[in-house]
Design a protein around this ligand. Sequence first.
Ligand code: SF4
Length: 281
Amino acid sequence: MKIEKTKEIGFCFGVKRAVDILEKICRERGGVETLGAVVHNQQVLQRLAGIGVRVAKDIGDIKGKAVAISSHGVAPEVEEKIRARQIDIVDTTCPFVHRLQTAARRLAQAGFLVVIYGDADHTEVKGVLGWAEGKGIATLDEKDIFKLEPLPRRLGVLSQTTQIPADFVNFVKRLIDGAFTRDSELRVIDTICHDIRKRQAQALELAGKVDLMLVIGGHGSANTNRLAELCSAVTETHLVETAADIEPGWFKGKRNIGVTSGASTAEAAIEEVLARLKNLA
Ligand code: SF4
């Protein structure tokens, strides 16, 4: 059995940056609180808990005088509420997410309805809706826009950073077909993360060469699920959180195995999966 992994694997730039900031604060102050889970990966959260990172469920649950915001960012009103309680903010918002947030605000202030192609329940998207100052809508289905009465004349279209670029393009095409009426104005800004783009392209390329793909990452991680979704359209694909999820039966008759990971998967989990695969091989 031959095992090949993608070049981009493990923490993305934004998650690495957030984890580095938290580790530094823990070293200096002995611990830090985060508002919600800083990454959608149980193993990483457990390790961070071990060095003093405590997850506050909501603003009311913050016990100390400082709190870290995750790489997914938050809405400006959330920051205001934290500051109103005299709590300092440690901002680990990924710069790519911040670019999306400022694009949403710019479009809203210029009079556009901000359409965010993304999962309305995801932390990042909820934050971006806040940056759109109440003039935004998040959806993966263009029909939600067509239902608006009246249909806004000016639409500013953005994407959640971890969406699949081709799906975003198709969404925009359908939007043009259905919402482009007389005097319409549509402004589209590419806000998909470059790191994710690279990962998706490399995973797809590898999936095309192997008999089976393993995508390592949290079941609750949006970008991990998207990688698995992409690869499964090309070859048999399994999403595994840890080496324990691997079932030996999957590899019967398979010669070439591809391995990739989501953006919040730690190196240790990848090494563990690779070691298990080598054992099975
Ligand atoms: S996936 Fe991209 S946008 Fe999200 S944290 Fe990582 S680098 Fe930032």
